[in-house]
Every structure is written in structure tokens, then in C-alpha cells.
Design a protein around this ligand. Structure first.
Ligand SMILES: Cc1cc2nc3c(=O)[nH]c(=O)nc-3n(C[C@H](O)[C@H](O)[C@H](O)COP(=O)(O)OP(=O)(O)OC[C@H]3O[C@@H](n4cnc5c(N)ncnc54)[C@H](O)[C@@H]3O)c2cc1C
Length: 399
């Protein structure tokens, strides 16, 4: 009999875990602890429509405030969990308060990776992960200012698009030889390169940054590996995220670039589960361990955790092995990704990259493993249905 479940982290995964626990009939005490000040909110709009001013903060909230009361979820904000004691089955908040639990769900997400460069602490060097970050950035994004974006991944490029729309000069510096290299094929990388260049951003790939130079404590320039400098007013650090897994590690749970869980979301301790960005798990689908940073994963893994907790008589250890999917909005383009393409041996371009609507199917030994769709939602939805089976030629939708 479970009397008390505590969820640590009030983000996409934490809220979904709490909601599904109630939907599946869990009637015991349910506490959710989040260390931010705002009610749980969605992050994807932060680098898109919230930054551009097209949506208000209220539209970001995952559920209306009344949801927590109606579902008897004791949501505590500004409540940072400092430590967990697995033997006593309790935890300690930064305030010193202690809380016991029968089952614990860790949904602590990720944080922006720190820029490992001299000058990274100068005023004007920013990163984007929270509502507070965006509120600060909005004040700094003044037309005519020059922004250097370090990192040509999703967040760097989404911010580039919005910043150009707001009238800033933008320079993107990517250390790899092409944009989005970790996640898309060369076709898609060059499409986005041309998209941003066509909108007036300057983009340099294969370009390492050695330091950020300041004047009077404020950022003034970025120094490149070849010794040249780019003067600027602002620097966005967009070099990825790291899992908030230290809390779990310090408690004695198995951690390796994420909290390690099985297909039920169960950690190395039978009463502790974890879900969302902070988690790494072995995927039988991909034959390796993966850590995903996506809304799909946060929601679906949280549902798997809640199912396992409310149905303890079944073996759920192989339940969660998703087909990952993701999206990114840049200028007028929606990129949708179904599946993980790394390891592909053939990329089939369907359509014309100059048309703003095409897709790339990735095959490994003849089997479809992923599809990147550019303004082509039909291929995305179809890919999500058929991946895992052999992609028959007749199933390919026209470009
Ligand atoms: C700018 C941006 C744009 C994105 N765009 C997309 C997109 O287009 N599509 C997509 O699929 N995904 C996108 N993502 C990723 C997506 O938002 C995440 O995958 C999702 O939010 C993960 O949910 P989560 O609950 O695991 O983590 P989070 O949403 O990060 O929530 C974790 C919460 O736990 C809190 N916490 C951490 N440690 C503690 C502690 N010790 N005590 C108490 N609370 C704690 C954190 O402060 C945070 O509030 C984007 C992310 C960002 C930052």
C-alpha cells in the first residue's frame, strides 16, 4: 500500500507523472516540489513565441493553477530539494524542512551547459532555459545590438531566428563543420544554413571560440581559435544541456550522464523512479542507452512511471521504449523529427530543398529508422506510424 508519493521537479515530466497517478486511481498523498517560482510551465515556447512576444506567460503554464487543488496535488514552489536519504526514505529541502515518502519520483530535468571559456561570466553572456532567462533576454534584445550565438543547435538557431526578427545583428558560431550536426543529415543542415543566411544572420561552422573578451565587466567581443575577434554586445551560450542528476548520485542511486532507469522508470532503488530529461535508459529499439530531451519523452516516460506505480503486480521493466519525436520552429519553417537518425547508411531526400517543404528518410540496412520533415507534417505523422516496420516504397508520401 503506497500512502505518500513525492515528485521532485515541477516541470513537464513531474506534472504528467502526478496527473497520470491520479488518472490511474492513486488516492494517497501526492506532493510535488519545484525549485522555480512560477507554476509548472512548458519550455519549448521560451525560445520561440514567448521570446518573440507572441505568447503571454499565462499561456506557458502546463495546467491551470486550479488543476493542482482539484486533483489534490500538493504543489510546493520555490522548494529546492537538497538531499535524499534512501535508508530513512525522506528528503531535505533547502529550507531545512524534511519530508518523508513511500515512493519518490525524480523529474529534475536539465540545466544549460556552462560555457567552459574565459570571460563566460561577463555581463551580457546569457543562456536560455527558464522564464526568468527570457524575461532578462527580452530587455537586452534591442534592435541594432549585435548578438553572437555560440552553438548552432536547436536553441541557438531558434533564438537566432527570433533575434533577427527583432532587428538584432546575429552571428552564429558552430564548432562542428555544419549546423545541427548531431541530429540531422547534411541536406537538412545546409537547408537551415541557407535559411538563416538568407534572413541576414552570419554563420560560421568549424569555428572554435577561445575566449569572451570584456570591457568594464561587460562582454565586448568573442575571440576565435584563429586569433580573430568579433565585436558584440551580447553572447548567447547555447552549447547543450546537462542532466540534473547530482541529487540522485549523492543519494547513492546509479547515475551516468543521467539517472539510470529501466523501462518502468525504476532507478537502482526499488522505491525511487525517475522520468524526463534527467534520465538515461537502455532502449531495446536502439540497442544502446539513450537520454532524450523532448516533450514527447517527458510526457510518455512520466506516464510509464505512473503506470508502474499504480500497477505493482505486473512487470513493467520493458514497458517504455519509445519512438522519439521532436520539433523546432525557425522563421517560417517547422522541422519535425521522428526517430533517431544516427547510424543511418542512406539518407533519401524526397522533394526539393528549395521548396521549403520536403523530407529526408534515413535508412539503416534498408530499414527506415528516422524521418526529418520540413514543413511536411504528413510525412512526420506517417513516419511515426511506420518506423519499426519495413518502409514499403508505396508508403512514401509525395513531396
Ligand atoms: C528553450 C527550450 C526550447 C525547447 N524546445 C523544445 C521543442 O521545441 N520540442 C521539444 O520536444 N522539446 C523542447 N525542449 C525540451 C523540453 O522542454 C524538455 O524536454 C522538457 O521540459 C523536459 O521536461 P522535464 O520535466 O524532464 O524537465 P524540466 O521541464 O526542465 O523540469 C524540471 C524541473 O525540476 C526542477 N528541479 C531541478 N532540480 C530540482 C531540485 N533539486 N529540487 C526541486 N526542483 C528541482 C527544475 O528547476 C525544473 O523546474 C526545449 C527546452 C528548452 C530549454
Amino acid at each position: 500500500m503506497i500512502n505518500k508519493i513525492v515528485v521532485v521537479g515541477a516541470g513537464q515530466a513531474g506534472v504528467q507523472a502526478a496527473q497520470t497517478l491520479r488518472q490511474k486511481g492513486y488516492e494517497g498523498e501526492l506532493v510535488m516540489l519545484g525549485n522555480e517560482l512560477q507554476p509548472p510551465y512548458q519550455r519549448p515556447p521560451l525560445s520561440k513565441k514567448f521570446l518573440s512576444g507572441d505568447v503571454e506567460p499565462d499561456a506557458l503554464f502546463i495546467r491551470p493553477e486550479a488543476f493542482y487543488e482539484t486533483n489534490n496535488i500538493d504543489l510546493k514552489l520555490n522548494a529546492h530539494v537538497d538531499s535524499i536519504d534512501l535508508t530513512k526514505k525522506n528528503l531535505t529541502l533547502a529550507s531545512g524542512a524534511e519530508l518523508n515518502w513511500d515512493k519518490l519520483v525524480l523529474a529534475t530535468g536539465t540545466r544549460a551547459r556552462a560555457l567552459p571559456l574565459p570571460g563566460a561570466d561577463l555581463e551580457g553572456v546569457i543562456s536560455l532555459r527558464s522564464i526568468g532567462d527570457v524575461q532578462l533576454i527580452k530587455k537586452l534584445f534591442v534592435p541594432g545590438k549585435k548578438l553572437v550565438v555560440i552553438g548552432g543547435g536547436y536553441i541557438g538557431l531558434e533564438v537566432t531566428a527570433v533575434a533577427k526578427g527583432m532587428g538584432l545583428d546575429v552571428v552564429v558560431l558552430e564548432a562542428q563543420e555544419r549546423l545541427l550536426k548531431r541530429v540531422v543529415s547534411p541536406h537538412v543542415s545546409s537547408f537551415f544554413h541557407e535559411l538563416h543566411a538568407g534572413k541576414g544572420a552570419e554563420l560560421y561552422c568549424g569555428t572554435g571560440v577561445t575566449s569572451i573578451e570584456g570591457a568594464n565587466g561587460r562582454v565586448a567581443a568573442v575571440k576565435l581559435a584563429d586569433g580573430s575577434e568579433i565585436s558584440c554586445d551580447l553572447v548567447l551560450s547555447a552549447v547543450g544541456a546537462v542532466p540534473n542528476a547530482e541529487l540522485a548520485g549523492a543519494a547513492g542511486l546509479d547515475v551516468d550522464d543521467g539517472v539510470l532507469v529501466d523501462g518502468a522508470g525504476q532507478t537502482s532503488h526499488e522505491d525511487v523512479y525517475a522520468c524526463g530529461d534527467c534520465v538515461r535508459f537502455f532502449s531495446e529499439r536502439y540497442g544502446r542507452s539513450i537520454r532524450l530531451e523532448s516533450v514527447q519523452n517527458a510526457i510518455d516516460q512520466a506516464k510509464a512511471v505512473a503506470s508502474a506505480l499504480t500497477d505493482p503486480d505486473q512487470d513493467h521493466s520493458h514497458d517504455y521504449d519509445p519512438l522519439p519525436w521532436f520539433w523546432s520552429d525557425q522563421h517560417h519553417i517547422k522541422l519535425q523529427i521522428a526517430g533517431l537518425s544516427d547510424g543511418y547508411d542512406e539518407a533519401v531526400l524526397v522533394g526539393d530543398t528549395s521548396s521549403d517543404s520536403f523530407y529526408v528518410a534515413y535508412l539503416e540496412k534498408g530499414k527506415l529508422i528516422a524521418v526529418d520533415s520540413i514543413n511536411h507534417p504528413r510525412s512526420h505523422m506517417m513516419a511515426r506510424r511506420v518506423i519499426g516496420q519495413k518502409w514499403e516504397e508505396g508508403l512514401l508520401p509525395p513531396a
